[in-house]
Design a protein around this ligand. Structure first.
Ligand SMILES: NC(=O)c1ccc[n+]([C@@H]2O[C@H](COP(=O)([O-])OP(=O)(O)OC[C@H]3O[C@@H](n4cnc5c(N)ncnc54)[C@H](OP(=O)(O)O)[C@@H]3O)[C@@H](O)[C@H]2O)c1
Length: 223
């Protein structure tokens, strides 16, 4: 863990404690702690944000938590996928790498959860591009990441065939984007397999990214 102070932002205290015990045992870094946040609740996100601001510095923020395709809503009545995967907008300190793990009006669409999931991930890509533009020159960079396919809880929500096919264990790209200086020249980029991925033309549309940014800020009452 490179001597870092690591904050695990989780909603489930018991799971967090178990994970922290394991991390401490494996890394021998005792500076690992839990802070509570429920990303399906705006009030909780704001309280977490306030607590985080008391930290002396923030070097790396990894927004990894994500909801798969489920037909459900957050406490603030956003579609669960869209609310948890995209609307948890964040403010950061300088010298940070910010990672977003991978319009308007019908943004909150939820009838076909798989489509909402896909849209939330596309939203992460647009959001990261606009965040990078907004923070340009301020010593903060942002990347969207495809972590690779992993046998996690996420996979339980998909078909048995998909689960059998998904055997590759990854998540290296997340670490790569967090610590490597090679990514700096790709600020706002989308990474997969530890390299910048080619995005289709519509996913590079800065006009849509800006509209989404503004619409998202309105939705969470930051504008
Ligand atoms: N696994 C894959 O193959 C794969 C492929 C492509 C993209 N991804 C993306 O990678 C990211 C991580 O996925 P994963 O595979 O690790 O999935 P996972 O095992 O389901 O883990 C998701 C994590 O998000 C947390 N979370 C969900 N809702 C939350 C909320 N409202 N507040 C706080 N935390 C919440 C969960 O907390 P609890 O433990 O409390 O439920 C869990 O720790 C996601 O963004 C996913 O979309 C994964």
């Amino acid at each position: 863990l490179r001597g870092a102070r690591v904050i695990m932002a989780c909603r489930d205290e018991e799971k967090a404690r178990k994970a922290i015990r394991e991390i401490k045992a494996r890394s021998h870094n005792m500076n690992v702690l839990h802070m509570e946040v429920d990303l399906a609740n705006m009030r909780s996100i704001r309280e977490f944000s306030k607590t985080l601001q008391k930290e002396k510095r923030l070097d790396i923020l990894i927004n990894n938590a994500g909801m798969p395709s489920v037909l459900d809503w957050t406490d603030d009545d956003f579609s669960m996928c869209f609310g948890v995967n995209h609307l948890e907008l964040t403010e950061q300190s300088d010298q940070s790498h910010l990672l977003q793990l991978q319009v308007p009006e019908d943004l909150n669409y939820n009838l076909f959860p798989f489509f909402t999931y896909c849209r939330s991930k596309l939203a992460n890509i647009y959001f990261t591009q606009e965040l990078a533009r907004t923070l340009e020159g301020k010593g903060v960079t942002a990347y969207a990441v495809h972590p690779g396919y992993v046998q996690s809880n996420w996979i339980c929500h998909y078909s048995v065939l998909f689960r059998i096919l998904v055997q590759v264990v990854m998540f290296m790209t997340v670490v790569y984007c967090a610590v490597s200086d090679e990514v700096l020249e790709h600020n706002g980029g989308y990474f997969t397999d530890c390299q910048p991925a080619h995005l289709r033309v519509f996913a590079r549309d800065s006009g849509v990214a800006k509209k989404l940014w503004e619409a998202s800020k309105r939705l969470v009452k930051l504008a």
